[in-house]
Design a protein around this ligand. Sequence first.
Ligand code: NOJ
Length: 559
Amino acid sequence: MKITDTSDLWWKNAVVYCLDVETFMDWNGDGTGDFLGLAQRIDHLAELGITCLWLMPFYPTADKDDGYDVSDHYGVDARLGHLGDLVELIRTAKDRGMRVIADLVVNHTSDQHPWFKAARSSKDNEYRDFYVWRSEPPPDTSDQVVFPDQQEGIWAHDEKTDEYYLHRFYRHQPDLNVVNPRVREEIAKVIGFWLEMGLDGFRVDAVPYFLETLGTSEGEAASYGDPHSYLRSIRSFLGRRNGSAILLGEVNLPFAEQVSYYGAGDGDELTMMFDFVSMQALYLAMARHDARPLADALRSRPTIPADCQWATFVRNHDELTLDKLSPDERQEVFAAFGPTEEMQIYGRGLRRRLPPMLDGDPRRVRMAYSLLFSLPGTPTLFYGEEIGMGENLDAPGRLAVRTPMQWSDDHNGGFSTARPARLPGPVTGGGFGPEYVNVSAQRRDPDSLLTFMSLLVRRYRECPELGWTAVEVLEQPHDSVLALRSSVDDAVVITLHNLAPDPVTVPLSLDLEEGDYRLVDLLADGEIDVTSTGDAEVALDGYGHRWMRLVSPANRRLV
Ligand code: NOJ
């Protein structure tokens, strides 16, 4: 790997930041975040070192699923601004060295989308086959729903034409019928349109559901062929329109099934996928003060095509799903981090942010983020994580973690000058509220979480081997410690994280060619002697973290 490869395959050591324009910064004072506000705050993201901005859906919407119910794929929700504001934002982000991607939500539309309105108007409407219909009453599908307390099944009855339409998610989100070539053509146009507007790719919503042929006839499904060939065709279309654009897919499946979505061989389907399995193992490991579940998850990661990448994260905008853990493991995480029912959701996840789960303990919070940035992959942050925002359990369901961004200790946390009742959701209160947790104070504080996160971002970017490497878990005697070696050519970084409260000394055997070595700290001052064949002893505080570069006289890497 050459250092110049990092600008070519830019996503392999990007730092992604996800935000919802609606809750980020309100500039016109109407209570809703907007593109003008986001543009005003772009320098906060640039200073943090973000290289890729992921915009949650900003399209016109019926707004029953926070914008994931799109009613027009070619516009901007008027509450957030207009197309011109978006283009200015993209341009400004690029000027600050950031690429911009956005959610592509094409598994379904809103039931308010003109296609669905037309489709449900009569059985012979030309848009009827844009959606998936059945005439027979469906069997019980209550075990197939995504949102257990919100859906009874995945088919809804439509009065007008007395048929049932497929909806993998809420009933107001009818699934598009990708078996229909006209639908595929429309989806391509949507992709092409936003690339022309300046986007660098998409976070693709609900990929397995989007590609599936459930509810279509055998003949139709056969004419559509292998869903992966459709995904391949989307990727090649994307590549023709913008050669460095990416598809970051939401594919929450076990590794063995997930890996096929990168595409066989050289990776011609999704460029990146979220690593849901390791994320969940991280929580189990933290709950147990035992790094082994995470080490096991990392070791079980399948090999992926060289140009592809895992997106690592500790939380996203949805519930912190624990669906890949066993029921007992899930209960362990619930007991440790979300013991009351109001903290849990859908029987499988938590509606909490990380810092409150760790009782705001700065050692644990920093250790967790240091660990995130040290994992092989591309770290993906959800807005507010950089300052340690908490959740607001008074907000319903998943909205608990989508509260307004906390800029200062002013009215509404500096998010908006409007009356609180006009905001998209309540500002977080208590010890994690804006009075104690806000950007403005942390910018001035060299010891703040924000300062620490900026350092992590900087070091992660300077150590591309962290993003590019295959996993190597180093053997050492402490169950509470995760020791990783990330190496590409002669660039070697050792990262150590202690998930337990007691300090430890970690003996390492790096098994090196005879030479003159040191391990130099990258996140603090300090260094450690290494024997000529690579043995060393590293002291780690309780919940401690260390990143160390292996240095030898012949090695000219910057420390
Ligand atoms: C996945 C998104 O992450 C989630 O927020 C949304 O509710 C569903 N897809 C439906 O679009």
